[in-house]
Design a binder for this molecule. Structure first.
Ligand code: CA
Length: 227
């Protein structure tokens, strides 16, 4: 059964989430502030982290950033405040996999948790040798990538996007199909979010990310991985 860490300072929200997730059969732990949340994230293995943004001691953004910097690849869903578009985008750029805006329904949250867990479960279908994509040697099964002798830092979402492009290599993939495939729910992030992720992937993959030769822009439609 999946283990979920809830980092949330509001007692009612925290307990509500805990009760409901336990009812759904998840194993739940929680932390009440950013600092103790980070220390739990770094000291134990979780399948998913629900991370509030506004937290005492350390913000959810910092917790997210530091987790990724420390090599934690568990999926992170940020709990954001309403109408805070900039925060959302920033959150995704910090390596979060998804976000949900308060107030949210339990049904919506459960759908996202299931979608994220399903995607991070490896799906069992990614086989084979590491694949050379630009500067990187990518092992989709292990969610790891090497840049020469160094481990490249790719977020879970970046792997998924790259994997989707690779499965459809040498074909045009529309932004909308990336949104549906990777984020997979109705109130999805904007196509601008996709562009931000592509930009970050290019910085890691391309010799010169300003003149991409591997992830090519197909104007007005989307992207194509050329291999
Ligand atoms: Ca809070």
């Amino acid at each position: 059964m999946a283990r979920i860490l809830i980092v949330e300072d509001e007692p009612s929200m925290r307990l509500g989430l805990k009760d409901n997730l336990e009812f759904e059969g998840y194993e739940v732990e929680f932390a009440e502030d950013g600092k103790s949340g980070l220390s739990k994230i770094l000291s134990a293995r979780f399948d998913l982290i629900l991370l509030d943004v506004m937290l005492p001691q350390m913000s959810g953004f910092d917790v997210c950033k530091k987790s990724r910097e420390s090599g934690v690849d568990a999926p992170i869903i940020l709990l954001t405040a309403k109408g805070d578009e900039i925060d959302k985008v920033l959150g995704l750029e910090l390596g979060a996999d998804d976000y949900i805006t308060k107030p949210f329904s339990l049904r919506e949250l459960l759908a996202r948790i299931k979608a994220v867990l399903r995607r991070s479960g490896g799906e069992g279908s990614v086989q084979g040798e590491p694949i050379k994509i630009g500067n990187l040697l990518v092992d989709f099964q292990a969610y790891s990538a090497m840049d020469g002798t160094e481990e490249a830092q790719l977020s879970h979402k970046e792997f998924e996007i790259l994997h989707h492009l690779w499965k459809n290599r040498n074909k045009t993939v529309s932004r909308d199909s990336l949104l549906t495939e990777i984020w997979g729910y109705d109130s999805s992030p904007t196509t601008r979010t996709v562009d931000n992720f592509i930009l970050r992937l290019r910085q890691k993959i391309e010799e010169d990310h300003e003149k991409p030769r591997i992830i090519i822009t197909v104007h007005g439609i989307g992207y194509k991985l050329v291999i």
